[in-house]
Design a protein around this ligand. Structure first.
Ligand code: TYD
Ligand code: MG
Length: 496
């Protein structure tokens, strides 16, 4: 029989016997979480209450020690055999740690974790793959696919040596884990496991939390590094609203668009390393392959057409050159469309407003599409100038001068170009790939073409004839990248 459970509000901590959509105490919605009621009669009841609460009244109080005297054993990290993943983890998997790997369906979570276990098995470590989603046969098919390619990035033969357990009962998984005592274990996915102690459906907040907590307890005890695979909900949050993020040591997010080959791995939380790092992968026939020089590839692929600009951005501590593309077209709709991918929509709206007000390039009557090529997501203020230049170039229907042209910088509401972090690394990366005269905020350093305001930047980037109110003589009607000449005229007329 399932144990008794209560529902606790994660906002105010109120306890309810039944689940409510709205907490009767504080009024917050969807905050009630099911929890097992500790059974005071059984010794297992206090299992998860922490050592402190289990202490009797007569026990001596614990004595805190100065940090200097705390023996910190050197962490013996396990290399996953995938350089980009090791870097994001901060140097490899830490024994006894719990890592949550999130991402939308089909992004490649199972592929990545299969490869990791394959590499670890190849290095002679004990591994275990728990699959609650796919049957053992399906997992084998994938491992064969990974082995089949034979490229250095693939998991090769050892992927087939990984023991697989297709199981959704948490208790059975814990038993196997305790018997096998692997060095690394993957749970794919945490939402499919079900604890018999709780009545909630698999994947519900209470279940997910209980499953993770009990796996963590065992993993820490026996030093198994566990990777929990988790699904991401429609709005991008890891399912099991943030409850797991507190619990685990490391939260990794696997991002990218399913239709595109590039995948980005970021750390959102890392107790053993920095959260600034990001790794780039490409999904190929034989599995995920690390993209080691992403900048070179993106610069080579840059179209040099109207609406294209190279952004020197920072992926954590690493500079990266990506192409930002824009398309401006006359709108058929009363409310013109703003379609943005790879960037923050609100940020793009802001840049369009600044471009209209301080750059004399109005887009009010046009649909505007802005895209970071390759499915990469850019999440830093330094992208503003690239959006502005791409849209300006698209609206005018001319390529930027000396295209591919690189730039970076944040735009202020008064049209000024603001300094952003690590200008020297961005400029170095641009120079390494043959891009000079990078349009950048003042004081960015050698190799930049400083521009104090958006207007200066436009003057540096657009050909002379297109900075003033003139139709574009070179605008092509049929290439889809530039708007027609009358649109350019109209835009120029609507300026100021
Ligand atoms: P998968 O790892 O199953 O995604 P997730 O576990 O995140 O849901 O992989 C999803 C996609 O990757 C699938 O559509 C097929 C593709 N894929 C390849 O292109 N090459 C490969 O070698 C493998 C294993 C998968
Ligand atoms: Mg999967």
């Amino acid at each position: 029989m399932p144990q008794k459970s209560i529902h606790v509000c994660s906002d105010c901590g109120a306890q309810e016997a039944k689940w409510h959509g709205q907490c009767p105490t504080c009024g917050a919605w969807n905050t009630l979480v099911e929890e097992v009621l500790p059974d005071s009669a059984s010794p297992g009841g206090s299992r998860r209450r922490g050592a402190g609460s289990a202490r009797g009244a007569g026990a001596a109080a614990a004595v805190p020690r100065p940090l200097r005297e705390v023996g910190a054993a050197p962490v013996d990290r396990m290399s996953t055999g995938i350089g980009e993943l090791d870097r994001v983890l901060g140097g490899g998997l830490v024994p006894g740690s719990l890592t949550l790997l999130g991402g939308s369906p089909g992004i490649g979570k199972s592929t990545l974790t299969n490869m990791v276990l394959g590499h670890l098995a190849g290095a002679g470590r004990d591994t275990l793959y728990v699959s609650g989603e796919e049957s053992a046969e399906q997992v084998r098919l994938r491992a064969e696919r990974l082995a089949g390619d034979g490229s250095p990035g693939a998991g090769a033969g050892p992927a087939l040596d990984v023991p697989v357990l297709a199981e959704t009962e948490l208790e059975a998984v814990l038993d196997t884990l305790a018997t096998a005592r692997p060095a690394a274990c993957v749970i794919d996915s945490v939402q499919t496991l079900r604890s018999a102690e709780l009545s909630g459906a698999p994947g519900s907040v209470g279940q997910v939390r209980d499953v993770a907590a009990r796996i963590m307890e065992l993993a820490k005890q026996q030093g198994t590094a566990v990777i929990l695979v988790g699904h991401v909900t429609k709005d991008g949050a890891l399912a099991g609203p943030r409850v797991l993020e507190h619990l685990v040591d490391c939260v990794l997010q696997f991002e990218g668009e399913r239709e595109r080959p590039y995948r980005e791995l970021r750390a959102l939380k890392n107790r053993f390393g920095s959260t600034n790092e990001a790794g780039l992968f490409e999904m190929r026939q034989g599995g995920l392959v690390e993209v080691l020089d992403a900048s070179a590839r993106f610069v080579a692929e840059a179209t040099r057409a109207p609406g294209s600009v190279v952004l020197a951005t920072m992926e954590g501590s690493r500079p990266l050159l990506v192409e930002v593309q824009a398309l401006v077209a006359r709108s058929e709709l009363e409310q013109p469309r703003r379609v943005v991918s790879g960037l923050d929509r609100n940020r793009v709206a802001l840049v369009l407003a600044i471009l209209g007000r301080h750059g004399s390039i109005g887009t009010g009557a046009c649909d505007v599409f802005v895209n970071v090529v390759g499915g990469v997501r850019v999440d830093e203020p330094g992208c503003d100038l690239a959006v502005a230049l791409a849209v300006a170039s698209a609206a005018r229907g001319v390529p930027l001068q000396s295209s591919p042209r690189a730039c970076f910088g944040e735009l202020g509401l008064t049209g000024e170009l603001r300094w952003v972090g690590h200008p020297e690394r961005r400029l170095e990366e641009a120079a390494r790939h043959g891009l000079s005269e990078v349009i950048a905020p003042p004081d960015s350093g050698e190799g930049s073409r400083p521009a104090a305001t958006l207007r200066h930047a436009l003057a540096a980037a657009l050909p002379k004839a297109h900075q003033a109110r003139q139709p574009a003589p070179r605008a092509r009607r049929d290439d889809g990248a530039g708007p027609s000449e009358d649109l350019v005229e109209e835009l120029a007329a609507s300026a100021l």
